[in-house]
Design a binder for this molecule. Structure first.
Ligand SMILES: [Zn+2]
Length: 279
């Protein structure tokens, strides 16, 4: 979503970026496995490293597969949803046959997300996703491929500053939507190239009612990215892209009131905060 530009936008952007970089990451170590960060905010992602014999991680009712990496160790991502409950929880790491396990402690910190109102014209507010569009997105989120194409840190898809951060509670024309902002908005002039945050395979590149011209990329091992509201697409479904490749051009198609890029990261199908992934 795009937020009407305010005279103080430049300083707002700087403040938001400052807030995102001031939270430190603690390291928690057990005999073998390691999880970063040990204290995590809602919307951020746990990175779990283990010896090869470990296969899965579990935090409350959420599981994550640990994938064998070129260095011979296992690695996996476990997302913390905006809707999760803060507190201290055991992260249970298990071998394939369950004969061995380790438990690490993860602290999910209370995280405050502000509210943000977006003014929408009636014809923009009236746009809704079709069942077919919902099915495309559900299939995209549910598909997890085994081959990892991404590397830390991800590339920023555009250079414009952030005009709406991840996690803010959204109001449309003053009415609460009950939804949170599932990605970030970056100020982006019409026609500016939008670039892939990492290598991967284009799962879809098509026009949607609400998302406008949108591209979804599978980066493998649970990481996916999505780019919305483009004026024009530059890739097709099934294409293989490299980090930094042009996917399309910025615009204001779909439920949008001005040119910007709204982009999303999914980890194992859950929206996570992209700010944690861009250095
Ligand atoms: Zn947005």
């Amino acid at each position: 979503m795009w937020v009407r530009r305010q005279p103080s936008l430049g300083s707002d952007c700087a403040l938001i970026l400052f807030l995102f970089v001031t939270f430190g990451a603690a390291t928690v170590r057990a005999q073998n496995c390691k999880v970063l960060p040990g204290q995590i905010k809602l919307g951020d992602t746990l990175r779990i490293s283990c010896p090869a014999e470990f296969r899965s991680a579990k935090l409350n009712d959420r599981s994550a597969k640990l994938y064998l990496q070129p260095n011979g160790k296992r690695f996996g991502l476990l997302p913390i949803s905006v809707k999760d409950t803060p507190g201290t929880f055991p992260l249970i790491l298990s071998t394939s046959d369950g004969s061995e396990s380790q438990t690490l402690r993860v602290v999910i910190r209370k995280t405050i997300f502000p509210s943000q109102n977006v003014t929408l014209a009636p014809e923009i507010e009236a746009l809704h996703s079709t069942p077919e569009e919902m099915a495309v997105l559900a299939s995209f989120r549910d598909t997890i491929s085994e081959t990892r194409s991404w590397q830390d840190p991800l590339a920023a898809p555009v250079s414009g500053c952030m005009t709406s951060p991840f996690g803010v509670r959204r109001l449309h024309n003053g009415k609460p939507t009950g939804e949170y902002h599932g990605g970030v908005d970056q100020r982006t002039p019409e026609g500016e190239a939008i670039r892939a945050v990492a290598a991967g395979t284009v799962t879809f590149a098509k026009q949607f009612n609400v998302l406008g011209n949108a591209v979804g990329i599978d980066h493998g091992q649970g990481l996916q990215s999505m780019y919305l509201h483009m004026s024009r697409l530059a890739v097709a479904s099934g294409a293989t892209v490299e980090r930094g490749d042009t996917l399309g051009y910025a615009g204001s198609t779909g439920r949008s009131t001005g040119p910007h890029l709204h982009w999303v990261l999914y980890v194992n199908g859950i929206n996570v905060n992209p700010a944690q992934w861009i250095k």
